[in-house]
Design a protein around this ligand. Structure first.
Ligand code: LIP
Length: 277
C-alpha cells in the first residue's frame, strides 16, 4: 500500500519546526501568562497562537480532517476521537517550563485514523530535537533511529514521572506515596523533565526505562505514544491492560517486565476522562 499518511506527516514536521521557532522567539519577549483550571495550570498567548497556526494550516491542506487541540478544548471545543483522520495537538507541552525558561518544551502532533495512532511528531524545540515515528516504520530523533533500553531489572532502571498540576492533597499524597514505593524498590533514580511528550521520547531513546503519570491529557501523549512503540517500547494503563488515550493515565516502558513491576507498585487515583462531557 502506498504510504498514505506520509504527506500529512511531512506537513506535521514542517509545522512543528515553524512552531518551535515561534516558541524560541517568544522566550526572548515578555510572555503573557494566564491560568486555566487553577493557578498552577498555565497557558500563554504563544500556546494559543501556535495552536491556531497549526490548525489553520492543516485545515487548508487537509480540509476533511478533524482536530483535538489543548487550547481549543480549553476554549470549549469537544474532545472526542472519531474514526475521521484526527490531529491531536499540544502546541506547547511543558507550558510551566516555557514560562520559566526551563529548557524542555515540545510541540506535540499526533495523528489518528479510525481511532488508531498513525504517526507522531514531538519537537523539543529548545534542544532542537525532532522526534518522529510512523506506524511500522521505526522511530527517529533528528533522523537517527531510536531504540528503547534492554534493561529488565527494575533496580537498574531510571523511572520518569511528574507531580502534574493537581494540588488536591489526597492526589498529591498518592503521587508522593507512589514515588516513594518506586524509589525504594530501589531504582537508580526518578526523573521528570516537566513535559510528558519529552519524558516519553526519553523512554524511546533508551536513557529512561519507563515513564508513568496520572492526570495527563490525550494531547500530551498521543504523538509520543507512536514514538515509544516504534522504538520497541510498550504502552499500558497504570493498572495494566492497554493504554486508553482518553483516560488521562499513561505508562510507557521499555518492556513488559519493567511495566508490570511498576504497575504492581503504584496505586491509581481518579482523573476525569478527556472525553467525559
Ligand atoms: C504538562 C505535561 C506534564 C504534566 C503537566 C502538564 P502542558 O502538559 O506534559 O507531564 O505533569 O501537569 O500537563 O500543560 O504543559 O501541555
Amino acid at each position: 500500500m502506498p504510504d498514505l499518511w506520509q504527506d500529512a506527516m511531512d506537513h506535521a514536521v514542517t509545522l512543528a519546526r515553524k512552531a518551535g521557532e515561534i516558541v524560541r522567539d517568544a522566550l526572548q519577549n515578555d510572555l503573557k501568562i494566564m491560568c486555566k483550571s487553577s493557578s498552577v495550570d498555565l497557558v500563554t498567548k504563544t500556546d494559543q497562537n501556535v495552536e491556531q497556526l497549526i490548525i489553520t494550516s492543516v485545515k487548508e491542506k487537509f480540509p476533511g480532517h478533524s482536530f483535538i487541540g489543548e487550547e481549543s478544548v480549553a476554549a470549549g471545543e469537544p474532545c472526542v476521537l472519531t474514526e475521521n483522520p484526527t490531529w491531536i495537538v499540544d502546541p506547547v507541552d511543558g507550558t510551566t517550563n516555557f514560562v520559566h525558561g526551563y529548557p524542555f518544551v515540545a510541540i506535540s502532533i499526533g495523528f489518528a485514523v479510525n481511532k488508531m495512532l498513525e504517526f507522531g511528531v514531538v519537537y523539543s524545540c529548545i534542544e532542537d530535537k525532532m522526534y518522529t515515528a510512523q506506524k511500522g516504520k521505526g522511530a527517529f530523533c533528528n533522523g537517527q533511529p531510536l531504540q528503547v533500553s534492554n534493561q529488565k531489572e527494575i533496580n537498574q532502571s531510571i523511572i520518569a514521572t511528574e507531580f502534574g498540576s493537581n494540588r488536591d492533597p489526597d492526589a498529591v499524597d498518592k503521587i508522593f506515596s507512589n514515588m516513594r514505593k518506586i524509589l525504594c524498590l530501589p531504582v537508580h533514580g526518578i526523573r521528570g523533565v516537566g513535559s510528558a511528550a519529552i519524558n516519553m521520547c526519553l523512554v524511546a531513546s533508551g536513557c529512561v526505562e519507563a515513564y508513568y503519570e496520572i492526570g495527563i491529557h490525550c494531547w500530551d501523549v498521543a504523538a509520543a505514544a507512536v514514538i515509544v512503540s516504534e522504538a520497541g517500547g510498550v504502552l499500558m494503563d497504570v493498572e495494566g491492560g492497554p493504554m486508553d488515550l482518553m483516560s488521562r493515565r499513561v505508562l510507557a516502558a521499555n518492556n513488559n517486565i519493567i511495566a508490570e513491576r511498576i504497575i504492581k507498585e503504584i496505586e491509581a487515583f481518579p482523573a476525569v476522562r478527556d472525553d467525559e462531557p
